[in-house]
Design a protein around this ligand. Structure first.
Ligand code: GDP
Length: 510
């Protein structure tokens, strides 16, 4: 393998996708080609080493995926409850297939961030990514890997596979096994003496500790080299996360070299892996295609907005709307209006008209209605600009267990990613995914507490399109010698990490 460190020769963006997918499957997954056509040209070169690793991953997935002999063997070892420790002996490694089983939880944005993170983890550890697909996600995404499937047949797994079946209390949880002395550091190093449990569960959900001033955190012992040395000995790993834990993998010395080779530019990790992995299935793509062609394609410019009014920050809609207008005004995102509804003069009308389409996304209709009324009632200051405002759906409430609702959400994330200009709401993973897919940093509105928006600035524009990982990292501890050590702020020791603009204690790559 050529070492394509920083400055290595980049390849065309479409080469992220396997050439084996090209013709055979194009009707099965229309978004694969059509989405690439709709995105603005990316500013991020694709590193050849990443392409090489993806092709190597695909070959391994074909070798070990469902319906192969190696998979059947691995399942029978899993079902026989404990695997033979001899298997851990180094000489056997190349025969063994290892798996990471991903369990979805929370909203679609959370799911997409955690799925991409699980895939990155699979790439780093030569595991095969298998996805548990509950009914509400059926057919939501295309199969990403050629000649195989990423869907885990639920009957193959000896434990019920849904989000509620795994928690921080699960006895298979890595942290619990460690605390209960079921496994110990150094376990498996002397392979003959020890038998590992059949699988390990890695609980990577961000928990809310409302009783403490700290609101979000991950468990300790989840992103330390010594823990991963142990976790990596298990052939089967189950992971459930609502978070973009990919960021945490970059803080670990053991994965750094490989990550540096795969991602010379750290600000494009989600951009590249998300585009590779998460293409909408044909039902969601149908929505995208109809809406884009019907309302957005004809415009000269597209401005996308996603307004998320979360329960943790229930900002009154009037205040939120004011903030949107202020952000648009200060950064010249939308044409200004006059206090009149009279048409422009005949002279002005002779000039060429410019059409701006605003894609307004929200669970609620009010932001669309207010903006629509503004441009419907008032003339624009530059009479030659016409503004149309469109909202594809307004489901009212989040219903993440409903398939059609998720298809609309996915379609809208993609529509947002096709806009030249984006306005999003801080703390929202829905917006993170769209900005990452687009490769365009959004203007981010910043709710700060239960009723207010940040007053000093209307919105901020992060320099990186990467999603933010939400927990408070300084609480993560690793074993060192006998005692536990509090990690210092990783931003101080990892050059490509920063705190997030919207979540001050969160971490993002740039
Ligand atoms: P987050 O909660 O903002 O971090 O984003 P998630 O995507 O994880 O969860 C929010 C969920 O609410 C989405 O997945 C959708 O199901 C729904 N939702 C929120 N905003 C919109 C929107 O503008 N359009 C649609 N169709 N659904 C939305």
């Amino acid at each position: 393998a050529a070492d394509d460190g920083p400055g290595g020769n980049a390849v065309a963006p479409d080469q992220l996708l396997s050439p084996d997918l090209e013709d055979k499957n194009s009707a099965a997954c229309l978004s694969r080609h059509e989405a690439s056509r709709r995105w603005k040209p990316t500013q991020f070169p694709v590193p050849p080493y990443l392409v090489e690793r993806l092709r190597r991953y695909e070959a391994n997935h074909r070798r070990c995926g469902p319906r192969t002999a190696l998979y059947r063997e691995a399942v029978s070892r899993l079902r026989s409850a404990a695997r033979n420790a001899d298997h851990a002996a180094a000489g056997d490694r190349h025969h063994t297939c290892k798996y990471v089983v991903w369990i979805p939880t929370e909203g679609l944005g959370n799911r997409m961030l955690s799925l991409v993170s699980a895939f990155l983890y699979a790439l780093l550890t030569d595991r095969v990514l298998l996805v548990h697909e509950p009914p509400e996600m059926q057919g939501l995404f295309c199969e990403p890997f050629p000649g195989t499937t990423w869907l885990l047949p639920p009957a193959d797994f000896p434990h019920k596979l849904d989000a509620a079946a795994f928690s921080s209390h699960s006895k298979e949880s890595y942290v619990n096994m460690l605390h209960n002395n079921i496994i110990r550091y150094g376990y498996g190093d002397d392979a003959r003496a020890q038998v590992l449990p059949a699988y390990v569960y890695l609980h990577l959900e961000t928990v809310f500790l409302l009783t403490e001033s700290v609101k979000l955190r991950l468990q300790n012992h989840t992103f330390c080299d010594e823990d991963h040395r142990l976790i990596n000995k298990f052939d089967w790993l189950v992971v459930k996360s609502d978070n973009y834990f990919a960021v945490a993998l970059f803080t670990m010395p053991m994965y750094r070299r490989e990550l540096d080779r795969m991602f010379p530019a750290k600000g494009a990790v989600f951009h590249q892996l998300g585009r590779y992995l998460l293409r909408p299935g044909n039902r969601a793509w149908g929505i995208v295609d109809r809406f884009f062609e019907g309302y957005l394609a004809g415009a000269d410019e597209r401005v996308g907005m996603h307004v998320r009014n979360k329960q943790i920050f229930p900002v009154p809609p009037e205040i939120m709307f004011e903030q949107i207008l202020r952000c648009a005004r200060e950064h010249h995102l939308l044409p200004q209006v006059l206090a009149t509804s009279e048409p422009p003069t005949a002279e002005a009308k002779k000039k060429k008209k410019k059409a701006v389409a605003v894609l307004m996304l929200s669970l609620k209709p009010e932001y669309h209605d207010k903006l629509h009324a503004m441009y419907y009632t008032n003339a624009t200051a530059d009479g030659n600009v016409v503004v149309s405002v469109h909202q594809p759906s307004h489901d009212g409430e989040q219903q993440s267990d409903a398939r059609a609702h998720n298809e609309r959400a996915l379609a809208e994330i993609y529509l947002l990613s096709f806009c030249e200009t984006m306005v999003s709401t801080g703390w929202s993973t829905f917006g993170y995914v769209a900005q990452g897919l687009a490769g365009i940093p959004p203007w981010m509105l910043l709710p700060v507490n239960r009723s207010k928006m940040r007053a000093d600035v209307a919105c901020v524009r992060p320099p990186s399109v990467e999603p933010c990982m939400h927990p408070q990292p300084s609480l993560l501890t690793c074993q060192q010698g006998a005692g536990l050590r509090h990690l210092d702020d990783p931003v101080k020791r990892v050059p490509f990490l920063r705190h997030c603009e919207d979540v001050p204690l969160g971490l993002k790559l740039f």
